[in-house]
Design a protein around this ligand. Structure first.
Ligand code: SAM
Length: 220
């Protein structure tokens, strides 16, 4: 169990990281507040604690990664998160992205396919947040029980725009997902108009671990 003292560690390093992100055009005040508050080091294996506030992706268990802080901030800022937004996340991983969204006042529904990661994330997130719900499942199918969502964020590399998932988005909603092959992807911001028309914009190149599932990649 983490103590309150653990959460206050590394505040100076968090401030430096946020300055670096501000220089990379991260400026949403509520996002900045969340980045200053969420203790990223608690979402990582102990061995990487001293690198937790470098702006880099790091390994977590099961050959997966915690996304680079800039990537977390970029996806979050692009979605224009408002308090009360219902957000579906595909790829809980360490749980850090879910914590950032929850800290901004979103109601978060996050899906992970790997049991160990799901359980580890649950252990830490349950200590801090009541507005995060976690599911162990294939996220490419979404979470129809609680649909529709105001925003959808996919944090693993998808081979397609996952049109099936977009039926779980409200009219006027937004989704962000990395689309491409297993090596490199384009970040795509998708908007659903009030009359259900889909438009997309590409926001640059990123690298994620693959999205594995019925509407994603196959395992090998
Ligand atoms: N958002 C995470 C964080 O804050 O640590 C980073 C996610 S990591 C880059 C991608 C995660 O997506 C991995 O944990 C992986 O197991 C998960 N994943 C891959 N395919 C999935 C699927 N079909 N459904 C749910 N999770 C999936």
């Amino acid at each position: 169990m983490n103590t309150i003292k653990d959460t206050f560690k590394h505040q100076g390093q968090r401030r430096l990281l946020v300055k670096e992100l501000e220089n990379k055009k991260i400026k949403d005040p509520e996002l900045i507040r969340a980045l200053l508050k969420v203790p990223r080091h608690l979402f990582l294996p102990k061995d990487f604690e001293n690198k937790a506030y470098d702006d880099i992706a790091l390994p977590i268990d099961e050959d997966q990664t915690i996304s680079q802080p800039f990537t977390v901030a970029f996806q979050t800022q692009s979605l224009e998160i408002k308090p009360g937004d219902k957000v579906l996340e595909i790829g809980t991983g360490s749980g850090y992205q879910a914590a950032i969204l929850a800290e901004m006042g979103a109601l978060v529904y996050s899906i992970e396919r790997i049991p160990k990661l799901h359980l580890q994330a649950k252990k830490i997130l349950d200590q801090f947040y009541k507005n995060i719900h976690l599911l162990l499942s294939d996220g490419t199918l979404g979470w129809p029980e609680f649909a529709p969502y105001n925003k959808i964020i996919v944090t693993a590399a998808s081979p397609s725009l996952l049109e099936n998932l977009m039926t779980q988005l409200v009219p006027g909603g937004m989704a962000i997902l990395p689309v491409g092959d297993k090596k490199i992807q384009k970040m795509v911001l998708l908007k659903k108009s009030v009359d259900n028309k889909i438009s997309t914009v590409e926001l640059g190149d990123f690298r994620f671990v693959p999205l594995i599932g019925k509407n994603g990649w196959t395992e090998k």
